[in-house]
Design a protein around this ligand. Structure first.
Ligand SMILES: Cc1ncc(COP(=O)(O)O)c(C=O)c1O
Length: 398
C-alpha cells in the first residue's frame, strides 16, 4: 500500500521548531511559531479559561455526545461576539468546528457542494494553509494582490482590480483582522468599498477571523465582518478561538452561514452538518464548553476581556518599541510600518537567505518569508534584536 507514497513536504514551521529546540545557544529567540507569548516567553492558559475549566470539571456529569452542531450555547455566544449583541440572527446559523482550520475546511466543502464551479480567491500573501485547504476540496484557487512591501500597506488598488475580475458566484476570502502574515488590514472605508464591490458583482464573501481582540479591540476587529454582513445578502465566517482564548490545542472554532432567507440558512446548515458527519461526526466539546462558560458569565467574561486587552496592548507596545529600536539601529524610518500594523505578525522584508543568517549568526528564528511574531519579542532585548535585523538586511552598509 504505502510504497506508492513519496515523503510529504516537510512543514516549514515544524522544522523550525525542531531546529530551535536543538539550538544550544542560551539567548536563542523564537519569533517564528504563531502563538501568543507573554513577557516570560510562555503561552499561558488564561485565568478566565482555567476557572471555566475548573467549573466544567466539577459540574460536568456526563461525557455523552453533545450533538452534530456542538454546543448550541457556544454557537449563539460566538454569533453575538462576531456580529454584535444586537444583530438580527434570523438568517444566521452556526456550527461549532475543530478550530478555525476545521471551520474553514467544512465551509469550503459546503461551498464546493453549493457551487462547484466557483473559484475561491484568497489574499496574496496569506496564511499558507488557505491555499492548502482550498486545494483539499478541489476548488479552483485564485489570488488577489494584497500587500505592497515597499510601503508596508495593503495594495488596495491592485486588490480591487483583481476582485473586479472575479466571476459572479466566486468566493472572496477575506481575513477579518490582524492579517497573517503581514499585519496590514483594510481600513473602514476600504472595507466599505470591498463590501459594495462584492454586492455589485454578485460575489460571495467568506471572512476568516482568527485574531478578534488582538488588533484594535473586540468590536473594532469585527468591523469589517459586520460591514459586509450589513450589505451582502449572504456570507460565511470561519472563526477561531485558538488565539483570543489561548485554547490552541483544544481546537475551538465556529463555522457561520448567513443566507438570503431563513429557509436557505436552514438548508445550508443542514448540509454543513452532513459534511461534518462524514468527516469527524462531531466537534470536540471541552474547549468550546470552557469558552461558552467564559462568554456567558459576566464576571469571567469581564476577566477574559481584561486579559485579552492586556495581550493586545502588549503587542501594540512591542510594535512601537521595536520600531523605535529599529530607528536607533538603522537611522531610518524604514520600519515605521510595523507600528501601523496590528496583531502578532508582520514581515520585516528579509529574504530567505537573510532569515537564515539571522538564525545562524544571531540565533533569531523567523519563518522563511521574513514573518516575525511580534509577541515573541522580549521587551528588554528590542535593541539587540533590532541590531541583528539591521545587520543582515540590505541597504544599511553592513
Ligand atoms: C488567518 C488564520 N486563519 C485561521 C487560523 C486557524 O487557527 P486554528 O485552526 O488553530 O484555530 C489561523 C491560525 O494560525 C490563521 O492564522
Amino acid at each position: 500500500m504505502f510504497e506508492t507514497l513519496s515523503p510529504a513536504q516537510p512543514d516549514k514551521i515544524l522544522a523550525l521548531i525542531g531546529l530551535f529546540r536543538d539550538d544550544p545557544r542560551p539567548g536563542k529567540l523564537d519569533l517564528g511559531v504563531g502563538v501568543y507569548k507573554d513577557e516570560n516567553g510562555r503561552t499561558p492558559v488564561l485565568g478566565a479559561v482555567r476557572e471555566a475549566e475548573e467549573r466544567l470539571l466539577s459540574e460536568q456529569d456526563t461525557k455523552s455526545y453533545v450533538g452534530p452542531a456542538g454546543d448550541l450555547m457556544f454557537n449563539a455566544a460566538m454569533v453575538r461576539l462576531l456580529f454584535g449583541s444586537q444583530a438580527d440572527t434570523s438568517r444566521i446559523r452556526a456550527c461549532q468546528a475543530p478550530g478555525g482550520s476545521g471551520a474553514l475546511r467544512i465551509v469550503l466543502q459546503l461551498l464546493r457542494l453549493a457551487r462547484p464551479a466557483a473559484a475561491i480567491w484568497i489574499p496574496d500573501p496569506s496564511w499558507p494553509n488557505h491555499a492548502a485547504l482550498v486545494e483539499a476540496v478541489g476548488a479552483e484557487l485564485r489570488s488577489y494582490p494584497y500587500f505592497d512591501p515597499a510601503t508596508g500597506e495593503v495594495s488596495f488598488g491592485a486588490m480591487i482590480d483583481a476582485v473586479k475580475s472575479a466571476r459572479p458566484g466566486d468566493v472572496v476570502l477575506l481575513q477579518g483582522c490582524c492579517h497573517n502574515p503581514i499585519g496590514a488590514d483594510l481600513d473602514p472605508s476600504q472595507w466599505s468599498e470591498v463590501a459594495d464591490l462584492i454586492v455589485e458583482r454578485g460575489l460571495f464573501p467568506f471572512v476568516d477571523i482568527a485574531y478578534q481582540g488582538f488588533g484594535d479591540g473586540l468590536d473594532a476587529d469585527a468591523l469589517g465582518l459586520r460591514l459586509i454582513a450589513s450589505r451582502a445578502p449572504e456570507l460565511a465566517v470561519a472563526a477561531s478561538c485558538s488565539k483570543n482564548f489561548g485554547v490552541y490545542r483544544d481546537r475551538v472554532g465556529a463555522a457561520i452561514i448567513v443566507s438570503r432567507t431563513a429557509t436557505e440558512a436552514d438548508n445550508a446548515i443542514g448540509q454543513l452538518l452532513s459534511v461534518t458527519r462524514s468527516m469527524y461526526s462531531m466537534p470536540p466539546d471541552h474547549g468550546a464548553a470552557a469558552v461558552r462558560i467564559v462568554l456567558d458569565d459576566a464576571r469571567l467574561r469581564s476577566g477574559w476581556e481584561t486579559e485579552l486587552e492586556g495581550m493586545r496592548r502588549r503587542m501594540v507596545r512591542l510594535r512601537q518599541g521595536f520600531v523605535e529600536a529599529l530607528q536607533r539601529q538603522s537611522n531610518t524610518s524604514r520600519f515605521d510600518f510595523l507600528a501601523r500594523q496590528r496583531g502578532m505578525f508582520s514581515r520585516i522584508g528579509a529574504t530567505p537567505e537573510q532569515v537564515e543568517r539571522l538564525r545562524m549568526e544571531h540565533a533569531v528564528y523567523l519563518v522563511g518569508d521574513g514573518r516575525i511574531n511580534v509577541a515573541g519579542l522580549p521587551e528588554t532585548r528590542l535593541d539587540e534584536v533590532a541590531k541583528a535585523v539591521v545587520s543582515v538586511l540590505d541597504g544599511f552598509g553592513c
